[in-house]
Ligand binder design. Structure first.
Ligand code: KG4
Ligand code: ZN
Length: 340
């Protein structure tokens, strides 16, 4: 096993983005993502269409990642891939591709947990990047997950809170759908929230004990609110869209910050790192920064391109596992419900 000049190719295909990245000694040389616009027409990801699109995208995306990195596949020391969690059909495309390539090149294969990767994205070696010290609290907020994780070391992580129903990204996307916004609605709600009044409308926060989350009640509250208001004024949504978006975002962020405060109090840990698609949200980024002054936190927010699904985060986990000699063999299979 080479211990110097480590080139790793990483592949991510857990949901609706096909992504590949080449990493050299912990530094990103390329980070290519092909999104799948086909789902927009359906207002959500259609699993069967996602796996077919992955099949079409995977070869060109991997080629592009190698080309941008100016690396030939003969230089690679290992292939890392997302084993789970995610959509089974989508995961199978990346898993089979990675296994075949590692077999063909006769180099190690490294399986990566997607949720660990969202957290470990903070360890990508970048100019000016700030790495959290262990132990720290990781909060993964995405379209499929909402978790608070106590991170003791790279591979010793403990989930101390999670959603009991919808993920926070789903709360954004489903609210957006009710407002007639496209999929995914998170970025559009974020954009409109900046133009609206966050206190224009009030939504009750769910009452869930401890560090767990619930977002399905909020969805219902928004639905009833919209039904009531549009009965009185059929143009209510058009007339107040920015205020509605700002109020929804304000409520969601309030829920996240409340649980982080509790987690920090219970564990005595003040270093907080977020990851996952929703960590791109400008409101949550601002609220975390404010938490530094208000609650004595030190917060870590990934670079924008490492927030939504990407292969650079898979590559860093691949690199850390490579250094530990932690490899998978050809009998490994995708696992849609893989836990942290
Ligand atoms: O991590 P990710 O790319 O995929 C999953 O693993 O789920 O997260 C996608 C989610 C979607 O729900 C999307 O609406 C949300 O991240 N998202 C945002 C923003 N950008 C993406 N939510 C709120 N504000 C944003 N700026
Ligand atoms: Zn994700």
């Amino acid at each position: 096993m080479a211990t110097q000049n480590i080139y790793i190719l990483a592949i991510e295909s857990s949901c609706d983005d096909t992504a590949a990245s080449v990493m050299y000694n912990g530094k990103i040389l390329s980070n290519v993502v092909a999104g799948q616009s086909i789902h927009e027409a359906y207002g959500g990801v259609v699993p069967e269409l996602a796996s077919r699109a992955h099949q079409q995208n995977i070869v060109p995306v991997v080629h592009e990642a190698l080309k941008q990195a100016q690396v030939d596949k003969s230089q690679l020391q290992a292939i890392a891939f997302t084993r789970g969690p995610g959509l089974m059909g989508s995961l199978l495309v990346g898993t089979s591709f990675a296994k075949s390539l590692a077999y063909g090149l006769n180099i190690p294969l490294i399986d990566v947990n997607h949720m660990q990767a969202h957290i470990l994205a903070h360890f990508i070696d970048e100019e000016g990047s700030k790495k959290p010290p262990f132990p720290f609290l990781g909060m993964t907020i995405s379209g499929g997950h909402t978790q608070i994780v106590k991170v003791n070391s790279y591979f010793d992580m403990e989930v101390i809170g999670e959603t009991i129903d919808d993920a926070v990204g789903e709360a954004f996307d489903k609210s957006g759908k009710m407002l007639g916004l496209g999929y995914p609605a998170g970025p559009e709600i974020d954009r409109r929230a900046k133009l609206g009044n966050p206190k224009a409308f009030k939504f009750t926060k769910p009452k869930v004990d401890g560090l767990n989350f619930s977002f399905s009640g909020l969805k219902t509250a928004i639905l009833y609110f919209l039904q009531r208001e549009t009965k009185a004024n059929s143009n209510f949504v058009e007339d107040h869209l920015n205020d509605i978006c700002a109020s929804i975002q304000y409520t969601i962020i309030g829920i996240l910050i409340e649980k982080l405060k509790l987690a920090s109090k219970q564990t005595g840990i003040h270093h907080i790192a977020i990851g996952g698609g929703v960590s791109a949200n400008s409101g949550i980024r601002k609220a975390l920064k404010e938490g530094e002054g208000k609650f004595g936190w030190t917060t870590y927010v990934p670079k924008f391109e490492f927030t939504t699904d990407n292969a650079a985060m898979i590559a860093i986990v691949g690199y850390l596992k490579y250094l530990e000699g932690d490899f998978a063999d050809q009998s490994i299979t995708a696992s849609s419900r893989l836990q942290i």
